[in-house]
Design a protein around this ligand. Structure first.
Ligand code: NAD
Length: 361
């Protein structure tokens, strides 16, 4: 066993079917009594159901959560929270909605922090991390996303309700699942890798790779949906516990500077990031391959996406060929820990392969 340091994050997790009906008891348990339900325009019905479950504890509902946590949406929701004198929020949705709940916690006063209960309905994993990304326009009016890590945004309670994930559309199920797998893969080769998180990473990769074909065959599959949501928790915990490297850096660059969609970009980049690091992270990559039941992790991840109907190229996501060079430049610039050395020419080759959707060698 190698030496390691492990920092555990506090977590209260309820996992099961129909668990969101326990939300009122969880709000009371936190000592709160005025909850603001957060969701997106697409999930108003799910939000209203949770509001009904809250009964007298519901102070209101805010349905305008938006991808990348734009500051103007946060200000709008904060004004509503103040008007309704809320003491906690219940986020019903994916990473965008959970991001808004985190922003309310971050921007509320320390002595009257808006506590966060989250009911995740995708597999992105934000619920298990003390990380928040926020977007504001820079002086040229271009959106600029900045990320920070602070315990203030780690949700107090996570309620995983498999029933609320049954409606996740098929393609988003695959891309969101592979977004989760990416957290676990990078945890295995992280500088802070430790046996607890690495075991969780393997469990997460196994659960999600097993679930995707089941959900493809039957989107209502109880085994598939519960494995996928368990995998999301396992992989999200990896993201919250150890540092990420090349893969997340590339996706952050593509999302932040080129407005590429979050889960889809993770899906396309992951096999190529694995191929890039494979010679320098042989143990980690061999464990990934075993977890997905193949002997080549990069090819296995590419096939998992393709066979389950997810996009495999940046081209089909609308990325422009002429931006490849600029993206490689940004990714090569700021130094960050990564198993393989970061060389611009090789990064450009990686991005070019991802652009064309070439199956890794
Ligand atoms: P999302 O939250 O933007 O959801 C995409 C769409 O799917 C939304 O319209 C949403 O309402 C809908 N949806 C979600 N669950 C559904 C369901 N079960 N049924 C039907 N529709 C559903 O997508 P996401 O990929 O979960 O989140 C992406 C955002 O989260 C990005 O901004 C990303 O940066 C952030 N994120 C942050 C962290 C972190 O640790 N801070 C981690 C992962 C992702």
């Amino acid at each position: 066993m190698h030496p390691f340091t492990y920092n555990a994050l506090p977590a209260r997790v309820l996992f099961g079917w129909g668990t969101s009906s326990q939300v009122a008891a969880e709000v009371k348990r936190l000592g709160c009594s005025r909850a603001l339900v957060l969701t997106t325009p697409q999930q108003v019905d799910a939000g209203n159901k949770v509001k009904a479950d809250l009964g007298d504890l519901a102070a209101g509902i805010y349905t305008n959560a938006t991808m990348h946590t734009p500051m103007d949406v946060t200000q709008d929701a904060l004004a509503k929270a103040k008007e309704l004198q809320v003491d906690c929020c219940v986020s019903v949705g994916g990473g965008s909605t959970i991001g808004l709940g985190k922003a309310l916690a971050l921007h509320s006063p320390d002595d009257a922090k808006i506590k966060n209960l989250v009911i995740p309905t995708t597999y992105a994993g934000s619920e298990a991390t003390p990380i928040i990304g926020q977007t504001e326009n820079d002086k040229d009016g271009k959106p600029l996303k900045t990320t920070q890590k602070t315990m203030k945004v780690l949700p107090e309670v996570i309620i995983y309700d498999v029933d609320l994930t049954l409606s996740l559309p098929p393609q988003m199920t695959v891309t969101s699942g592979l977004n989760a797998v990416a957290h676990a893969v990078e945890a295995l080769w992280a500088v802070e890798a430790n046996p607890i998180i690495s075991n969780l990473a393997i469990q997460g990769i196994e659960a999600i790779s097993r679930s995707l074909p089941l959900i493809k065959a039957d989107p209502q599959s109880r085994d598939g949906r519960s494995d996928a949501l368990f995998g999301a928790w396992a992989c999200g915990t990896c993201l919250g516990a150890v540092g990420m490297s090349l893969h997340h850096k590339l996706c952050h660059t593509l999302g932040g500077s080129f407005s590429m969609p979050h889960a889809e970009t993770h899906t396309v980049i992951l096999p190529h990031a694995v191929a890039y690091n494979a010679p320098y992270a042989q143990d980690a990559v061999a464990r990934v391959a075993k977890a997905i039941g193949t002997d080549n992790a990069a090819q296995g991840l590419f096939d998992l996406a393709k066979e389950n109907g997810a996009p495999t190229s940046l081209k089909e996501l609308g990325f422009k060929k002429e931006d490849l060079e600029k993206a490689a430049d940004i990714a090569a610039k700021a130094p960050y820990p990564n198993p393989a050395p970061l060389e611009k020419a090789k990064l450009l080759e990686l991005l070019t392969n991802a652009f064309h959707g070439t199956r890794p060698q």
